[in-house]
Design a protein around this ligand. Structure first.
Ligand code: DP6
Length: 321
């Protein structure tokens, strides 16, 4: 038996990816830029063995079938083809946060799976090819190989680091507003948006300049410029979904409540801006000096389950056997 265990960190896009230039190869239609988080991690062990009769996936302690197993097997097939291997695999994966609730579990999950599967298969790939391998399963996962600030260009195979975690000690509050799996997965949500939303072409046309704003603000460590651009990117992405037919709506009442509260805090001089992914949770960008008091304030809102304070985090890594 050959095995490997990897820890990968989740990432939150400050300039969002939504839509594919090539659905078959899973290449993004727009450039995105993310922050890898120190919190919210996935730990995945992959073992290949000739005695296994099929691929198995155990997610947070529960044997898993259906679409999650299919997606894992497709990635394992690509690894087997690269390594010239025929053995089936057993995959055991644990998130230290709720799975499939719009908290970026596919990003850390597919990054950890691609890395551990490649290593267990004996492949010695660098972060570039590993990132491309994960991207083919889930584009946001390409960004989780690197620490700090990471970009994935439109149409790109692999993600690249813009700046390491030490570049800027920002804080990102992960405001959990609901429990349970999300209603529409991001893959089908973005495909439905691309096919039915009249605002999708406008989203694709405007995303590169918003991405450039986000990238400039990150390099200049300009929190106000970054906050405005990141909040705009998230809301423009959600606007394209709201115009789909039928609409893709990830907002819950508490989501809007948090958005309004953050706007109100900002009016009082607190540096805080929102971003949201394909789920009802809100992530709030702020600085070190305001993170604790803002988290305490948001925890007090009825309907908020939990607030986690995250900092820029490290690259994915293989654990010693
Ligand atoms: C809203 O990477 O989950 O989180 O490539 O189809 O697997 P697939 O989509 P996925 O989409 C993430 C969308 C997002 C924005 C982002 O992370 O950039």
């Amino acid at each position: 038996m050959s095995r490997s265990t990897v820890v990968a960190h989740s990432n939150i896009a400050l300039a969002k990816y939504w839509g594919k230039a090539d659905a078959l190869r899973n290449l993004p239609a727009v450039p995105s830029l993310s922050l890898t988080l120190d919190r919210l991690t996935t730990r995945t062990e992959v073992a290949f063995d000739a005695a296994f009769e099929r691929d198995e996936l155990v997610l947070d302690g529960a044997p898993t079938l259906g679409r999650p197993l299919e997606r894992a097997s497709m990635l394992l097939d690509r690894v087997r083809a690269l390594a010239g291997l025929r053995e089936h695999a057993r995959v055991e994966s644990r998130n230290d946060f709720p799975t499939a609730a719009g908290l970026a579990s596919s990003a850390s999950g597919f990054a950890a799976l691609a890395f551990a599967a490649a290593r267990a298969a004996g492949l010695d790939l660098g972060f570039g090819p590993l990132s491309a391998l994960a991207r083919a399963s889930s584009a946001s996962a390409a960004r989780s190989f690197h620490g700090g600030f990471v970009r994935l260009r439109a149409g790109a195979e692999e993600a690249e680091q813009v700046a390491p975690a030490e570049h800027w000690p920002l804080r990102l509050l992960v405001v959990q507003t609901a429990r349970g799996a999300k209603s529409v997965g991001s893959t089908s949500g973005m495909q439905h948006t691309a096919v039915t939303s009249p605002y999708y072409p406008a989203w694709v046309a405007s995303a590169p300049s918003v991405f450039a704003e986000v990238e400039r603000a990150v390099l200049a460590r300009d929190l106000e410029a970054l906050g405005h651009a990141a909040e705009h990117s998230a809301l423009a992405m959600h606007a394209s979904m709201l115009a789909a037919r039928p609409a893709v709506v990830y907002f819950a009442p508490i989501t809007l409540r948090v958005l309004h509260e953050v706007t109100a805090q900002r009016a009082r001089g607190v540096p805080a801006w929102c971003t949201m992914d394909a789920g009802p949770h809100v992530k709030v960008l702020t600085d070190l000096g305001h993170a604790e008091s803002l988290a305490t304030h948001l925890r007090g809102l009825e309907g908020v389950h939990d607030v986690t304070i995250a900092s820029p985090g490290p690259a994915a890594r293989e654990l010693a056997p």
